[in-house]
Design a protein around this ligand. Structure first.
Ligand SMILES: Cc1cc2nc3c(=O)[nH]c(=O)nc-3n(C[C@H](O)[C@H](O)[C@H](O)COP(=O)(O)OP(=O)(O)OC[C@H]3O[C@@H](n4cnc5c(N)ncnc54)[C@H](O)[C@@H]3O)c2cc1C
Length: 218
């Protein structure tokens, strides 16, 4: 590879690697064309999907990432769906600030997508932070200060001034699609390829870049 440059906001982890980092710089087609990379690695991450529930576009409905970035606007009581890693972590975060938080999960367990040791730790944190957990429960309707949930066919209403969506993550493949043709070879890595955990993203990036000689267009 001739030139190499990374457009990300984690310079400290890269400062000893010889990679040039440009923080607060959005990569767009013009910038990539000007740079003219031999290989383009797109690591644009993923985003939470908005489920198709009546009321989903109301202003008190926030994606998990939006809620964390705009914490001052988050009013309690908070209802979070669902109870995978992201939902549990967001619940612990707001619970640790003393906010009243309820976690709704349609399966019979929460934190199901973690290894056994991390799961036990997270379950303990949910308990310590007084997070109410409703299992085998679906959100069926969102109103301004109330949500309707269903469990075993029975519906009930729950007060919630903020509804946080932490459901499945969607890879930001459209960014890869927009840029892929701008280099002779392009790869999507990490959550942008397949949403997972930090370790998965690091391994995916390492494995794919170590095998660059076999890459044409991914
Ligand atoms: C709330 C939450 C909690 C989580 N907790 C855990 C956890 O405890 N443990 C765990 O293992 N995983 C956790 N995850 C998952 C983990 O964060 C991801 O798997 C991991 O961050 C993916 O890394 P990535 O580098 O592929 O993408 P990201 O970390 O999402 O990074 C993508 C980056 O690309 C940047 N970007 C996007 N488009 C452009 C562009 N055009 N130009 C320049 N930059 C751009 C974005 O700003 C972002 O910084 C959590 C996820 C969330 C949302």
């Amino acid at each position: 590879m001739g030139k190499s440059q990374s457009f990300c906001n984690k310079p400290r982890t890269l400062e000893t690697s010889g990679v040039s980092v440009t923080p607060n710089q959005e990569a767009d087609a013009d910038l990539i064309k000007r740079f003219g990379p031999d290989v383009l690695v797109v690591a644009a991450g993923s985003e939470v999907q908005r489920p198709d529930i009546p009321g989903i576009d109301l202003s008190h409905v926030k994606l998990a990432t939006e809620a964390l970035m705009n914490q001052k606007t988050i009013k309690e009581p908070i209802l979070i769906a669902d109870g995978g890693l992201v939902g549990c972590e967001v619940a612990v975060y707001f619970g640790s600030e003393g906010k009243k938080v309820t976690l709704v999960e349609m399966l019979s367990e929460v934190a199901f997508d973690l290894d056994a040791v991390s799961r036990l730790e997270l379950l303990e944190m949910l308990k310590e932070n007084n997070i109410s957990i409703l299992k085998e429960t679906h959100v069926v309707d969102i109103k301004k200060e109330q949500l309707k949930v269903r469990r075993n066919g029975a519906e009930r209403s729950i007060d919630a001034k903020t509804f946080i969506i932490a459901m499945s993550m969607r890879p930001r493949r459209e960014i890869f699609g927009e840029f892929a043709h701008l280099a002779p070879a392009s790869i999507a890595v990490g959550d942008c390829a397949t949403p997972g955990k930090i370790g998965d993203a690091i391994h995916d990036g390492a494995n794919k870049t170590l095998n660059l000689s076999t890459v044409s267009q991914w």
